[in-house]
Design a protein around this ligand. Structure first.
Ligand SMILES: CC(=O)SCCNC(=O)CCNC(=O)[C@H](O)C(C)(C)COP(=O)(O)OP(=O)(O)OC[C@H]1O[C@@H](n2cnc3c(N)ncnc32)[C@H](O)[C@@H]1OP(=O)(O)O
Ligand SMILES: O=C([O-])CC(=O)C(=O)O
Length: 378
C-alpha cells in the first residue's frame, strides 16, 4: 500500500517523543527540560545545564558538586590517543580530527561492551571531557606548542580555554564562553542529534552515535555554518568591501548567506539574542567591535531584504573571534558543547528503544527491470 511521502527534508515531521528539549519556532522559544534558555543563559552553568539535560531536573547543591567532580575526574586522554594526535598533519580539518579520535576512543573505553544506562552515563562524562581535550590538544600540537594538562579545579569552560591558550581565562571570558556552551548544548532533533539517535537505535554504542553526530555537525548547513560566517567576514574585510553590498551581491547570485535561516525558527533564534549581545560587549571591551559592527550591518540587510533571521551560528563567529579563537575551531567548539545534548538523546533512545527505519518512495526504473548480459550492454 503506497503512503504519502513526507515533505522534503522531513520538514515538520514529528519523528520521536523526547523529554529533553522543547522549541516553539513561531514564538522563538527554546527550553531544556521545560526551562527557558534565557533563564539558563543568565543563571546556569554548562555543568548544571548538562546535569539538567542528562538527569531531567536541576541538581541540588550536593548533586552539582558531585557532578562537577565526576566530570573533572574524566579530564584525561589515553596515551595512544595523544600519540595519534601527534601523527596527524598540522593542516588536518579539526572536525575530521575530532570525528576520527572520538571513534578511536571507543577502543579501550572501559565500558566498551556495556550499553546499560549506567555505562552510557559514564561514557557521556568521559566524552564530554575528552572532546574538549582533543580540540585543545590538537590545536596546540599543530601550532608546535606544548600540551597544557587539564586543571581539575577549573570549570569545563575555564579548563577548555586554559588548555587552549595556556593561560587561565579572565572571569569575563570564562563567563562568556560558558554561556555559549549553554546556548549550544541541545536543540531537539537537529540533524546531528537525529543522526546520533538513528545510530543509537540500532543498539550501537555511544561512541558510534557521537562519531556520526560529529560528521553531521561538520556540514555547512548545520554546525559548519559558524566557520563559514567568519570566512565571509574575513573575505569582506580583506576586499575592503561594504558588507551590505557584498552580501547583496551574494543573494543576487542565489548564494546562501551562512548564519541565516532556520528550519524551525520563524522568528528570532533566542540563542542569537545572547550571542549578538556577547559579540557586542566583548568587541567593545576589547576595543575591537569591527566584527560585531559588520555582522550587525549584514543582519539588518538580510532581515530587511530576505526576511531571514540570524541563527545561532551568525554571532557566535564574531564572539569566538573576539575571544581569540581560530575560526576552524568554531565548529569543533560547537561539539564541545553539543556532546551534552547528543549524550542526553542517546541515553534517552537506549532507555526506550525502537529501531528507526523509515521507508522511501521508489523513483528508480520500473520493476522488474531486465538483467542485461554484459555483452549486450551499451
Ligand atoms: C546550528 C544550525 O544548524 S543553524 C543553521 C546553520 N546553517 C546555516 O546558517 C546555513 C544557511 N542557512 C540555510 O542553508 C538554511 O536556512 C537552513 C539549512 C538552515 C534551513 O534550511 P531549510 O529549512 O531547508 O530552508 P531552505 O534552504 O529550503 O530555504 C527556504 C528559502 O529561504 C532561502 N534561504 C534560506 N536560508 C537562506 C540563507 N541563509 N541565505 C539566503 N537564502 C536563504 C532559500 O534559498 C529558500 O528560498 P526559495 O524558497 O526562494 O528557494
Ligand atoms: O535545530 C536545528 O536544525 C539546527 C540548530 O539550530 C542546532 O542544532 O542548534
Amino acid at each position: 500500500m503506497s503512503q504519502a511521502v513526507a515533505p522534503r527534508g522531513l520538514e515538520g515531521i514529528v519523528a520521536t517523543t523526547s523529554g529533553i528539549c522543547w522549541i516553539d519556532g513561531e514564538a522563538g522559544v527554546l527550553s531544556y527540560r521545560g526551562i527557558d534558555i534565557h533563564e539558563l543563559a543568565a543563571k546556569s552553568t554548562f555543568e548544571e545545564t548538562t546535569y539538567l539535560l542528562w538527569f531531567g531536573k536541576l541538581p541540588t547543591d550536593a548533586e552539582l558538586e558531585d557532578f562537577k567532580q565526576k566530570l573533572a575526574a574524566t579530564r584525561t586522554l589515553p596515551t595512544n590517543v595523544v600519540d595519534f594526535l601527534k601523527t596527524l598533519p598540522n593542516e588536518a580539518n579539526v572536525m575530521e580530527v575530532l570525528r576520527t579520535t572520538v571513534s578511536l576512543l571507543s577502543i579501550g573505553d572501559p565500558d566498551d561492551t556495556d550499553s546499560s544506562h549506567e555505562a552510557n552515563v559514564r561514557k557521556s562524562f568521559r566524552l564530554t571531557s575528552q572532546i574538549a581535550m582533543i580540540v585543545a590538544y590538537f590545536d596546540r600540537i599543530r601550532k608546535g606548542k606544548a600540551i597544557v594538562e587539564a586543571d581539575t579545579t577549573l570549570s569545563h569552560a575555564g579548563n577548555f580555554l586554559y588548555m587552549l591558550t595556556g593561560v587561565k581565562p579572565i572571569a569575563e571570558a570564562e563567563k562568556a564562553f560558558d554561556c555559549a556552551l549553554i546556548l549550544h548544548a541541545d536543540h531537539e532533533l537537529n540533524a546531528s542529534t537525529f543522526a546520533a539517535r538513528v545510530i543509537a537505535a540500532t543498539l550501537s554504542d555511544v561512541h558510534s552515535a557521537i562519531t556520526g553526530a560529529i560528521g553531521a555537525l561538520k556540514g555547512p548547513l548545520h554546525g559548519g555554518a559558524n566557520e563559514a560566517v567568519m570566512k565571509l567576514l574575513y573575505e569582506i574585510d580583506a576586499a575592503g568591501a561594504d558588507p551590505v553590498e557584498y552580501v547583496k551581491n551574494l543573494l543576487n547570485n542565489k548564494v546562501k548567506v551562512s548564519g541565516f535561516g532556520h528550519r524551525v525558527y520563524k522568528t528570532e533564534d533566542p540563542r542569537a539574542t545572547h550571542l549578538r549581545r556577547m559579540s557586542k560587549d566583548l568587541g567593545t571591551a576589547a576595543g575591537n567591535a569591527k566584527w560585531y559592527e559588520m555582522s550587525e550591518q549584514i543582519e539588518g540587510y538580510v532581515r530587511g531584504e530576505k526576511k531571514l533571521n540570524a541563527n545561532v551560528d551568525f554571532y557566535s563567529a564574531s564572539t569566538y573571534t573576539t575571544l581569540g579563537i581560530d575560526m576552524d575551531l568554531f565548529t569543533p567548539i560547537f561539539a564541545v558543547s553539543r556532546i551534552s545534548g547528543w549524550a542526553a538523546h542517546v541515553i534517552e533512545q537506549h532507555d526506550n528503544n525502537r529501531l528507526i527505519r523509515p521507508r522511501a518512495e521508489y523513483t528508480g526504473p520500473a520493476y522488474p527491470a531486465p538483467y542485461v548480459p554484459m555483452t549486450q550492454r551499451s
